[in-house]
Each structure stands twice: as structure tokens, then as C-alpha cells.
Design a protein around this ligand. Structure first.
Ligand code: CMP
Length: 589
């Protein structure tokens, strides 16, 4: 097969099989990503039939990871995380430590060395954000206290894994691994490598925190003002991939961390919801490629050859981890319901485990067999995750019946404080959203002219407008001047003087459109009568907006024609009156 066909074939066959298996998984009430991984197994080198280009699929998967992490960053809310820090910081970190120890113990039983054990332990310690978000969405729990705590928990886990990804290359040689292919082995002392690595990450985080919030929203607003949807989507993707790649090149941090920060920076912008909505389809498509490529690496013979080892690993994930998490949460004095909920939410492993296992393989810290074991355990744990939720419910009910007083009182004060804090944050962010919506509604109410354009265009228009004020007596538009902008009166009163007559325009009206439409000089003087607030649309933006919204243009044009006709009629009437005056004056003489 010629090479250039390979990429098309890999994507085409991959997508076709992924949609079929994704559909089957969905029918079986399993997360669709189980279907995607199974599709990957079918096009992988370990099964007969079509074999896709593994190396290329891996590269495409890299984009999938970047977009996935970008999505996690977009949904990341620092205030939410701060609110739940009391439970998620000790909880997630303690849980990672315990699960990693369990992984090391398992590997010790299998006779593997410490380095392998550590990476495998880290792999099983981190749950899948993708799977969890899907599970929470299905149960309508994303906005609940449980949802916020579990998402916060996974963000802490993800961040810890990002750190592990960054540090792994530095520690690999010390733990019995080697440098990755094409990379020279580091001969600097380990502490220096560690300090340098952490300094790079800190430097990157600092720049991301200081420069990002200034530059990124500015770029997005500039692009949004063009009104081009494809340009906006493209810019969002360019920012995600660009920041990921740039940070990897400049600071040596992983793509995943760069992409995560790109998402966080963007999440602060008022356009974040649009950025999220626009990048979602691509994120979906590329994350399918990511799960496909994971499946392609999977050697199913491991299920036949080492079923007991797969089972042991699965037991650590679906029993060990949840029990650890439950104990920690109960010890932190939170209620049993929350503990059970979080425990079922983290009873699987997913994307980060795959990323870490992949990196571990390239540094000689995870064998091919180990990688297959991790993949098998991930598949099984994801597939049976819905059972964990069901089991948690049953156990919760049993505990309620057996120990009614304990389960009703344990952790209530802390849960209550958490609820109050989260409610406060929710109310705040709702207020912010309402504010924006209210602005738009008010704007459309004042200027019904724009009620016909869609919500996104209304939002765009607000970005195009420049506010301006005027005091009584200020001449806003001068007759005979060149037309460079159109004015919308938000509040106050202006007077248009034309042919010696005065017309008053109040809030909700506009003026200055005639010169923009005809290119001729201003036809009248417009003076502020009151303190006025205007929204000003420049000639360039007027042209741009009206070319995309012809209905608005015709409405403005109709008004201009009406005014012109009125002025002409007034002028004719004035001429007639003048002529009559002349005539009668002559007659008097
Ligand atoms: P323009 O000619 O660009 O600048 C002066 C503005 O005054 C003009 O556009 C109209 O918007 C406004 N104008 C002119 N005539 C009238 C009128 N009869 N009634 C209300 N507004 C007018």
C-alpha cells in the first residue's frame, strides 16, 4: 500500500470499526470508549486482517491526548478545586500513594523490579477522567457536590500524573530503565536533573499564569470579532496545539501539561464556552484515535496466558483503590455516601495510565507484557465500572439499614460546609453567566433591530461595539464631515438638526447610518441634549456585520431612506414656504 494511502486507510477503517464497536458498547450499556479500544485491537498487529499503521496511529493519538487534556483544562475551575481541597488533596494523594504501593507489591510478587513496580503502581493509581465525566453526566451528577469532589479528585490525580510524566525521564536510568531511543542518556546528577525539571515546570506555569490570561483572551476576542466561525475554531485549536507544542519545545514539559494549561487559560475567558463547544467535535474525533491506538498496542494473548495476573491487577483497581479512597474519606470525617460515590467513580483506569505506560515502555520501565496487562486491566475495569456504581448504592443502603445512626451523623458537618461553599461558587458563576445573558437581552430589547440575528451574532456585536459618552451640548456628528461610524443611543437624548428643523432621538435609536451607506458626507448635525451613552460601530465593522446579516442592513437602509424622504419633503416644504414668503413680500411692495 502506498504510504500516503495508509493514513487515510488507518483513519477510515479505524473510524468505521470504532463507530460499530462504539455502538455495540453503548447498547451493552458500556462506555463507548470500550468499543473504540476493541476496534483498535481488531486493526492492531496482534489480530489477523487489516493492520493499520501503528506508528502513525500513535502520532494521531498524541493529538488526541493534547485535545483531551485541553478539554480537562477548559472545564477546570480553580475556585471549585479550592473549595474541595480539604478532601481531594489528602484524598487523591493518599490514594495514589496507597495504590502505587499495592502495584509495587503485586510486581514484587511477580518478581518484577522496583522501577517496573513503581510505574505500574502509578498507572493503576490514576482513574480515567473521560470515563468518570461520562458516568457523572449519565447520572446527572456533574454539578452535584459528589460530582465536584470526584472531578476535583481526578484533577489532583491528573496533575500528579503530569508531574510523574515530567519526572519519569529524569528518574528512568536510576530505576533500572534507559534513555528513550534518540535521546542521549543524562550524565548530570539526579538532583540537578530534578531541580532543573521542576524549575522548567514552574517557569512554564508562571509564564502561563502571567502572560496567558492577557494574550489568549485578547487573541480570541480579535478573532471572534471577525465573525468567522471557522477562524474561531481554528484559533482555539491553534492555541491548544501551539501552546502544547511550544511549551514542550521551550520548557521540556509534556504535551499533556501544555495542553492542560492552554485549556485553563482559555477557561478564564468569557468566550470559553464557545471555545469548548467549537473544539468538542475535533476533541471527540481525535480521542477516538487515541483509544484506537491504545487497542492496537494490546496483545490479547495476555488474557489467555496470564488471566490470574490480569485479575489481580483488576482487583487492585476495582477493590483496592475504592477501599483506600473510602477509608481516607471516612477518616477525613466526610459522610459515607460521599465516600462510596467517590470510590465508585475512581474504580477504573484510563487515558493517563495508557500515556504513562507508553512513556514507561520507551524508557524501559514497562515491558510489552506489562503494557498489555495494564491495557487488559483498564478494559475490564472500565467495562465493569457501571457495576461499581450499582454496588455502591446497594452498600450505601445496607449501611443505612445496619448502622442508621452512624451513617446519618458521620461527616454531616463537613458535608454541610462543603455544600454551602460549593453553592456559593455555583451562585457566583451563575450570576456571571446571567450577567452576560442579561446584557444581551437588554441590548436586543433596546435595539429590536438585532432580534432577528442569532445569539452568537448578538454576542459578537457586543464585542464590535465601542462605548462612548457625550455631555449636553456636545456635537457628536457634524454636517458635511466624513462618515466613519454609526451610533446607537443606549441612554440619553440627541437632537438631529437638518435644514433648520430639529428631530430628537432617544434611547433605542441610531444615527450616522446614512453616510456609511452612501459614502457621502454627513447630512445633519447631531448634538447631545442630555448625558448620553452610545455604542459605536466603526465603518469597517458596520460593513463586515451588515454583509453577513443582510436583514439588518435592509432595516438600516429602510430607516435611512425614510429619513432622507422626510428631509427632502421638509426641504421642499421649506422652499415652497420661502417662495410664498418672497411672493407675498413682493406683492406687498
Ligand atoms: P448621517 O448623514 O451619517 O449623519 C447625520 C445623521 O443624522 C444621519 O446619518 C441620520 O442618521 C440622522 N438623520 C438625518 N436625518 C434625520 C431625520 N429626519 N430623523 C432622524 N435622524 C436623521
Amino acid at each position: 500500500m502506498p504510504h500516503d494511502v495508509n493514513i487515510v486507510a488507518t483513519i477510515a477503517v479505524g473510524f468505521v470499526l470504532a463507530s460499530i464497536f462504539g455502538y455495540i458498547a453503548d447498547r451493552l450499556r458500556l462506555p463507548a470508549l470500550v468499543g473504540f479500544v476493541v476496534a483498535g485491537i481488531f486493526i492492531g498487529p496482534f489480530t489477523p486482517g487489516f493492520v493499520a499503521d501503528t506508528a502513525m496511529a500513535g502520532q494521531l493519538a498524541e493529538i488526541g491526548i493534547i485535545l483531551l487534556m485541553f478539554g480537562v483544562g477548559l472545564h477546570f475551575s480553580a475556585s471549585d478545586l479550592l473549595a474541595v481541597r480539604g478532601i481531594v488533596l489528602p484524598g487523591a494523594l493518599g490514594q495514589i500513594a496507597l495504590a502505587t504501593l499495592m502495584g509495587i507489591g503485586l510486581c514484587w510478587l511477580w518478581g518484577w523490579d522496583f522501577g517496573h513496580g513503581l510505574v505500574l503502581g502509578l498507572c493503576v493509581s490514576v482513574a480515567s477522567t473521560v470515563v468518570l465525566l461520562k458516568a457523572l453526566e449519565e447520572r446527572n451528577l456533574v454539578e452535584s457536590t459528589l460530582g465536584r469532589v470526584t472531578i476535583g479528585w481526578l484533577i489532583v490525580e491528573d496533575l500528579a500524573m503530569v508531574l510523574a510524566l515530567v519526572l519519569l525521564p529524569a528518574f528512568a536510568p536510576m530505576m533500572g530503565g534507559h534513555a528513550a531511543a534518540g535521546e542521549a542518556a543524562a550524565d548530570a546528577p539526579i538532583w540537578l536533573v530534578l531541580v532543573l525539571t521542576l524549575a522548567k515546570v514552574a517557569g512554564f506555569a508562571l509564564i502561563a499564569a502571567l502572560v496567558g490570561p492577557r494574550v489568549v483572551p485578547w487573541v480570541l476576542i480579535k478573532v471572534a470579532r471577525t465573525g468567522s466561525r471557522e477562524l474561531f475554531t481554528l484559533s482555539v485549536l491553534a492555541l491548544a496545539l501551539g501552546i502544547a507544542l511550544g511549551s514542550a519545545a521551550a520548557f521540556g514539559v509534556s504535551f499533556a501539561l501544555g495542553a492542560f494549561f492552554a485549556g485553563v487559560i482559555l477557561s478564564e475567558s468569557q468566550l470559553s464556552h464557545r471555545a469548548a463547544a467549537n473544539s468538542l467535535p475535533l476533541q471527540d474525533a481525535f480521542s477516538v484515535l487515541f483509544f484506537l491506538s491504545i487497542g492496537m498496542l494490546f496483545d490479547p494473548t495476555v488474557l489467555m496466558e496470564r488471566p490470574q495476573d490480569v485479575l489481580a491487577l483488576v482487583a487492585v483497581i476495582v477493590l483496592g483503590k475504592p477501599i483506600n479512597a473510602m477509608l481516607i474519606i471516612l477518616l477525613l470525617r466526610y459522610p459515607v455516601g460521599l465516600a462510596l460515590g467517590v470510590a465508585s467513580g475512581i474504580a477504573q483506569i484510563g487515558e493517563f495510565s495508557f500515556i504513562l505506560a507508553g512513556l514507561g515502555t520507551s524508557y524501559g520501565l514497562v515491558s510489552k507484557e506489562g503494557q498489555s496487562l495494564i491495557l487488559a486491566a483498564a478494559l475490564v475495569s472500565i467495562a465493569i465500572n457501571p457495576l461499581a456504581f450499582a454496588a455502591a448504592e446497594i452498600i450505601g443502603r445496607r449501611i443505612g439499614v445496619r448502622f442508621p445512626r452512624w451513617s446519618a451523623s458521620w461527616g454531616r458537618p463537613k458535608q454541610h460546609a462543603l455544600n454551602v461553599e460549593l453553592e456559593r461558587i455555583r451562585a457566583q458563576s451563575e450570576k456571571r453567566e446571567h450577567e452576560q445573558a442579561r446584557k444581551i437581552t437588554e441590548f436586543v430589547e433596546t435595539f429590536p433591530l438585532f432580534s432577528a440575528v442569532d445569539g452568537e451574532a448578538q454576542e459578537e456585536l457586543l464585542l464590535l461595539f465601542v462605548p462612548k459618552t457625550a455631555s449636553p451640548g456636545d456635537r457628536v456628528v457634524r454636517v458635511g464631515a466624513k462618515g466613519d461610524a454609526m451610533y446607537f443611543v443606549v441612554s440619553g437624548l440627541v437632537e438631529v438638526s437638518v435644514n433648520g428643523k430639529a428631530v430628537q432621538l432617544k434611547a433605542g435609536s441610531f444615527f450616522g447610518e446614512m453616510a456609511l451607506l452612501t459614502g457621502a458626507p454627513r447630512t445633519a448635525d447631531v448634538t447631545a441634549v442630555d448625558y448620553c451613552n452610545f455604542l459605536v460601530l466603526s465603518l469597517r465593522d458596520f460593513r463586515l456585520f451588515t454583509s453577513r446579516h443582510p436583514a439588518v442592513r435592509s432595516a438600516v437602509q429602510a430607516m435611512a431612506e425614510e429619513r432622507l424622504a422626510m428631509n427632502r419633503a421638509a426641504a421642499t416644504a421649506a422652499e415652497v414656504a420661502a417662495a410664498t414668503v418672497d411672493h407675498s413680500a413682493a406683492a406687498d411692495k
